[in-house]
Design a protein around this ligand. Structure first.
Ligand SMILES: [Zn+2]
Length: 262
């Protein structure tokens, strides 16, 4: 099995799929490429990109510090992340944590200085401008890159079919709801919602559905359906089936620990 495959999604925008099942995205700018996340660090993603996608220099932009997003960072010369996610990276993104998931080697940790991304910072690559929208919730430094000309928003783990609010670094539901309302202000600026897991993309009602989940949790009117994840009991705001689809047929859900329901 190949470590990576890729597919063109829109002009200059590719999805790369790591064999772990996680995907991430690369936009080919005029004189450099922007890579959004980098999987667990299986294989050599830099070589793969150079051979198969572009020979332009690559800047890596991490959406947040989790193990399945930061893994390839050591291979790149320039790496950005919102440094509010440092504690997440150092707890959940390290070589030890990533290697514990696989029998084959993963890339080591990034040794350089990670450059900070502040809310609404922009990356201009000539044929595209990317604005980094802060969506604190899943993690404190979680960012959604908005590709303005491409009209794509990479929601990643920030808002999806099973958003995890699950540990000491995640927001409570009311704080997360505020982040989603900020994201909603940009709703007319994108047509395409991209994610890193599962089906990899979503319809535009996803955001409203997840905001609705917040409202229901805060009102004590959600399904509050218990499931076990990572050795903990989490609650689905809307009950899902064994394929992780909502039983009411809608898309967008939150999985939260009891202490986040405020
Ligand atoms: Zn994550």
């Amino acid at each position: 099995m190949n470590t990576f495959t890729h597919e063109l999604i829109k002009e200059n925008l590719y999805r790369i799929i790591e064999k772990s099942g996680v995907c991430f995205y690369i936009f080919i700018g005029e004189d450099r490429a922007l890579l959004f996340d980098s999987g667990y660090g299986l294989g050599n993603i830099r070589e793969y990109i150079e051979k198969n996608i572009t020979d332009k220099p690559v800047t890596l932009i991490l959406s947040h510090g989790h193990l399945d997003h930061v893994g390839g960072a050591a291979l790149f010369d320039e790496v950005y992340m919102n440094r509010d996610d440092d504690p997440v990276l150092f707890s959940f993104g390290t070589y030890e944590v990533r290697q514990s998931r696989f029998d084959e080697p993963v890339q080591p940790d990034y040794k350089g200085e990670i450059k900070n991304i502040r809310p609404y910072d922009e990356f201009d690559v000539g044929n595209e401008t990317v604005v980094m929208l802060p969506v604190k919730g899943h993690t404190p430094g979680m960012m959604v890159p908005l590709l303005k000309k491409t009209r794509a928003a990479i929601f990643g783990d920030a808002c999806g079919v099973g958003v995890l609010l699950f540990n000491e670094f995640s927001s409570c539901v009311s704080e997360y709801r505020e982040s989603l309302l900020t994201l909603k202000k940009y709703e007319n600026d994108y047509d395409l919602i991209l994610r890193n897991h599962g089906t990899f993309c979503s319809e535009k009602d996803l955001l409203d559905n997840v905001i609705e989940c917040c409202d229901l949790i805060l009102a004590g009117k959600d399904d509050h359906h218990p499931v076990e994840r990572m050795g903990k009991i989490l609650y689905e705001a809307k009950q899902r089936d064994e394929k992780e689809n909502r039983i009411d047929g809608k898309f967008g859900d939150i999985l939260y620990t009891e202490d986040k329901a405020r």
